[in-house]
Structures are given as structure tokens and as C-alpha cells.
Design a protein around this ligand. Structure first.
Ligand SMILES: Nc1ncnc2c1ncn2[C@@H]1O[C@H](COP(=O)(O)OP(=O)(O)OP(=O)(O)O)[C@@H](O)[C@H]1O
Ligand SMILES: [Mg+2]
Length: 241
């Protein structure tokens, strides 16, 4: 579904990603673990077309997307839950969800959109209760649910998530993880970047580890759990913040 082959990405003259290679098969949930500043957000912004690599190839569903604009990628089935969630604060929960489906209004399918709305509400009942509340007044966890729900409204084939556990209390993280696990089990292809190895391992079946712009490790989720030294090292990532 996603093939990234040796990409280099720079901001001006400063190179931040130094030859990243990764792939995500259809139906697979993969995590990219890495500390602050490793380049996780840069990688996702590159995959969703906001940044262009200076070298390397990116293929989604067998097609090169190096020339593709971000909005075309959404139409092609790539949705991203961004760092900071990027909701429309003054709009209600339901209006934000409706915006997630905007690429599909043109093609008709209003009843399909209504069905998807119900599916999102089934996944996150909290959003249904709060459908008329302004997004900006939701709690952090509810905002994350809404950001995920909005991404799902575009009916993605590939969902990219930037640190869905960030800044949330453990109980809230568990409910987000539970929803992502349900999506994984339904066959949705996902790439999530995380600093939180517990959340990553709970959702993903395979993990890459990114450190200062390079992939330094690739392992199964089981492998990460089983390798105490590796887990310790990467669990230690967050400790010195
Ligand atoms: N717009 C930008 N201009 C210049 N440098 C940038 C820009 N955005 C990010 N960087 C730099 O690129 C590097 C990687 O940043 P990035 O945001 O991708 O890391 P990250 O892994 O997402 O970190 P975090 O866990 O804190 O979100 C950092 O050194 C950062 O300072
Ligand atoms: Mg980031």
C-alpha cells in the first residue's frame, strides 16, 4: 500500500530525513517510534504531500505520489491526523466530521456519508453525545477522537496518525488505542508515529524506530516487547524531556 524508498527531506539547507525506507502492506498497522525531533512529523508531512523529498521515491497503492498535491492525495484515499489535531474550533463536532467528507460530496453519496457518520459515532460514542458542541471546547481526548473521526470520514485506504497519544492521560490513551485497534482489525491500513512505545505496540504489528532522521531499527511489535534492552532504550526516550 505504501512504499517509501530512500527519501531525503530538507528544510531549506538543513536535511532532516537522511534516506528513509519503509513499507506498509495493505491491511497492516505499522508504527514509527522516535524521540522529539527525530523527524516523525516531517515524514508524515512528506507522505501527505506537504513537503517534497529531495531524493527518493514514494508510492501509494502502486503509484508514485511525488507530483501529487495534498488534496489529490486525500481524494486518492490518504488521510492524516495531524500533530495538534487541526480542528475547526468554532465549528461543531458534526460540522468538523462533515468537513472530513468534503472530497466525497461532489460524487454524491450523501447517504453513504450519513452511514459513515454513524460508524464514527459507534466508534466514539462520546462524539455522538457532543455532536453539537464546538470542537474548540472539547477535552484533549475528545479532540483526538474528533480528529480521527474526521479523517475516517474521507474513507481512507491509508490512515496516517501523528502521535495520537500525545498529551493525553493514560485512561484516554487506552480508549484511543482501543478504537485504533478496532480500525486495524477492520482491515484499515495505518502508519502511526509515536513516542509512546506502549501505545505503538498495542496498535501496530510491526515497528520501525527513527532516530535523528534515520531508521535505526525494524522489529515486530512482539520483538520490541521481548527485547528488554531495546524497549528500555526506547522507553527511555521520553524520560529526559
Ligand atoms: N518548518 C521547519 N523549518 C525548519 N526546521 C524544521 C521545521 N520543522 C521541523 N524542523 C526540524 O526538523 C527536525 C525534525 O522535526 P519533526 O517535527 O519532524 O520531529 P518529530 O519527530 O515530529 O518531533 P516531535 O516528537 O517533537 O513532534 C527538528 O530538528 C526540527 O527542528
Ligand atoms: Mg512531531
Amino acid at each position: 500500500m505504501l512504499r517509501v524508498d530512500d527519501i531525503y527531506v530538507s528544510y531549506g539547507k538543513v536535511e532532516v530525513l537522511h534516506g528513509i525506507t519503509l513499507n506498509v502492506a495493505a491491511g497492516e498497522a505499522v508504527a514509527m517510534l522516535g524521540p522529539n525531533g527525530a523527524g516523525k512529523t516531517t515524514l508524515l508531512r512528506t507522505l501527505s504531500g506537504f513537503l517534497r523529498p529531495t531524493r527518493g521515491r514514494i508510492e501509494i497503492a502502486g503509484r508514485s505520489v511525488l507530483e501529487t498535491e495534498p488534496h489529490q492525495l486525500v481524494g486518492a484515499g490518504v488521510a492524516q491526523v495531524m500533530e495538534g489535531r487541526q480542528l475547526f474550533g468554532p465549528l461543531t463536532v458534526q460540522q468538523n466530521l462533515g468537513l472530513g467528507a468534503y472530497v466525497r460530496y461532489r460524487r454524491g453519496g450523501r447517504s453513504a456519508i450519513a452511514e459513515d457518520l454513524e460508524r464514527v459515532f459507534a466508534l466514539f460514542p462520546r462524539l455522538k453525545e457532543r455532536r453539537n458542541q464546538q470542537a474548540g471546547t472539547l477535552s484533549g481526548g475528545e479532540q483526538m477522537m474528533l480528529a480521527i473521526g474526521r479523517a475516517l470520514m474521507s474513507r481512507p485506504k491509508l490512515l496516517l496518525l501523528d502521535e495520537p497519544s500525545m498529551g493525553l492521560a493514560p485512561l484516554v490513551v487506552s480508549s484511543i488505542v482501543e478504537a485504533l485497534t478496532e480500525l486495524r482489525d477492520s482491515g484499515l491500513t495505518m502508519l502511526l508515529v509515536e513516542q509512546n512505545p506502549d501505545a505503538a505496540v498495542a496498535v501496530a504489528t510491526r515497528c520501525y524506530v527513527l532516530d535523528v532522521g534515520r531508521v535505526v531499527h525494524e522489529t515486530s511489535a512482539q520483538g520490541l516487547l521481548a527485547d528488554q534492552e531495546l524497549a528500555q532504550y526506547y522507553l527511555g526516550f521520553g524520560a529526559d524531556e
